[in-house]
Design a protein around this ligand. Structure first.
Ligand code: BGC
Length: 480
């Protein structure tokens, strides 16, 4: 066991909620508690495995946690200046932004969101690229400031939030899709070339100067204002993290002459434990996984991120309906539908402190059309949602603990930049994460970790990385 993790020896007990429902319902609550509780001991073993997997990913290609070198090497100074575009694909919407970096940590932004239709997410990649190109064109014509002469290309940072095997700062091939995207004709192809081709077909004068994962963008955006930022994390539709790694630790790096000391690593931590060694998967997780479009993949992500938490809860609710513990054994077409219980409902359910759980009743009876619910029913549903959310937060803490123990950041003050709907909106998510970190490291070490919400940071980070890449490319071409 690594030393930082041994600071607490006994497990902190998490109490089983007592409800006022039937005996069967109280038994269901006990069962849910056992299935979803991650004890301190369990968390410790997850962290240990996580650190091993990080090491494998740094040592060689093809590891489960791929630990992808991002080609981002410097830290921002805050004095960067200039106008840059950013494009963000991979969450709920497509976002196009124009940033003006003004130096002194200041910037202004214009932005526009576009909805990506479900057919585009699972159609041909060429159509998705054409759609993205149209959105960029629309943005530049309608909202962009007229800063470029007609023949001058605008420089763009492309945040593409999927697992990409990066081969240069503006090059990378897609390894696999996640989060419900499944376009054909994209795997093993360079996503920058595909999008740049779409710009060319449409005569759009935009150059993709950098390809950036959202976690890397979030890290850089936060570092612009807080230079001690050590990690960028997304806890949203999907989940992942990036951090600064010493180049000497990246054994697999074959990038030639090493003129820099550190590089940001895009971990793709959602892929952790494909081998099912440590993650405490329940039957509800297995059902979700089996029915997903990427079975056996992204298990860590499936236990933690916004795309999936509602579905895990739905599976658990239906299990207890089938055992006649909930709603007198009656479901509804709405609840029976895959993805029918949205993660956002969970926040409402967890947040309901009223004596008769009125908000929970509203979700169940009005939104999901369950004919009638008792207080006991509503309490069980609330316990399920709380347990699924708390487990997600504790797993996120295990990932963070793994990185901080690996980098030995715990000895210093460190800022962890986090973005995403789960972190921002799920009640008590940060509190549960902190509790788990305290159990793992003790409260002194934990006091040195500061979480900060980096809302929409990835676009800004991508624009900044585009600027750094563009300047480096100009300098190189001048020198040649
Ligand atoms: C993707 C990552 C991304 C994360 C958060 C995951 O599904 O594989 O690349 O950073 O979602 O958006």
């Amino acid at each position: 066991m690594i030393s930082a993790l041994s600071s607490r020896e006994t497990s902190v007990e998490h109490l089983i909620p007592q409800i006022s429902g039937t005996k069967d319902q109280q038994q269901a609550v006990n069962q849910i508690h056992d299935q979803f509780n991650i004890t301190t001991e369990k968390a410790t073993s997850i962290v240990e495995q996580f650190i091993e997997e990080m090491q494998k990913g740094l040592d060689h290609e093809g590891a489960t946690v791929p630990m992808i070198p991002s080609f981002v090497t410097g830290r921002p100074t805050g004095d960067e200046k200039g106008k840059y575009l950013a494009l963000d694909l991979g969450g709920t919407n497509l976002r196009v932004c124009e940033f003006e970096l003004k130096g002194g940590g200041l910037f202004t932004v214009h932005q526009q969101k576009y909805v990506v239709a479900e057919e585009l997410k699972t159609g041909e990649m060429r159509h998705l690229c054409d759609f993205i190109a149209d959105c960029v064109d629309n943005f530049v014509c309608e909202y962009g400031s007229d800063h470029a002469q007609a023949d001058e290309h605008l420089q763009l940072g492309f945040t593409f939030s999927f697992a990409v095997n990066q081969t240069d700062i503006n090059r990378g091939t897609l390894m696999h899709w996640t989060k419900g995207f499944n376009c054909s004709g994209a795997i093993n192809k360079d996503v920058v070339i595909m999008l740049q081709d779409a710009f060319m077909r449409k005569n759009i004068h935009v150059n993709i100067a950098a390809l950036v994962n959202d976690t890397v963008g979030t890290l850089m955006a936060n570092a612009y204002r807080h230079p001690d930022t050590s990690m960028g994390i997304i806890l949203g539709t999907g989940t992942n993290a990036a951090y600064y790694e010493k180049l000497t630790n990246i054994k697999k790096w074959r990038g030639g002459e090493q003129v820099f000391e550190e590089m940001v690593i895009n971990m793709e931590w959602g892929a952790f434990d494909r081998e099912r060694r440590v993650l405490p998967l329940t039957m509800y997780d297995n059902k979700l996984d089996r029915e997903s479009i990427n079975p056996r993949e992204q298990l860590f992500e499936k236990m933690m991120s916004g795309m999936y938490l509602g579905e895990i809860s739905r599976n658990a609710i239906l299990h207890f309906v089938d055992h006649r513990v909930l709603f007198c054994g009656l479901s509804s077409p709405e609840l029976n539908k895959q993805w029918g219980f949205e993660t956002s409902y969970m926040s409402t359910v967890v947040d309901d402190n009223s004596a008769d759980l009125e908000q929970v009743r509203h979700i169940l009876e009005e939104t999901l059309q369950i004919p009638a619910t008792t207080l006991g029913d509503r309490q069980v549903v609330q316990v399920i949602c709380k347990a699924v959310g708390r487990r997600a937060a504790r797993l996120a803490a295990c990932g963070i603990a793994g990185v901080l123990a690996h980098t030995k950041e715990l000895d210093n003050e460190s800022a962890v930049a986090i973005d995403g709907s789960v972190y921002e909106f799920f009640p008590h998510f940060e509190k549960h994460m902190m509790e788990a970190l305290e159990e793992l490291f003790g409260d002194q070490a934990t006091k040195r970790i500061k979480f900060s919400l980096a809302r929409d940071g990835s676009g800004f980070g991508a624009a900044m990385i585009a600027m750094m890449a563009h300047k480096a490319a100009l300098a190189k071409s001048k020198a040649a």
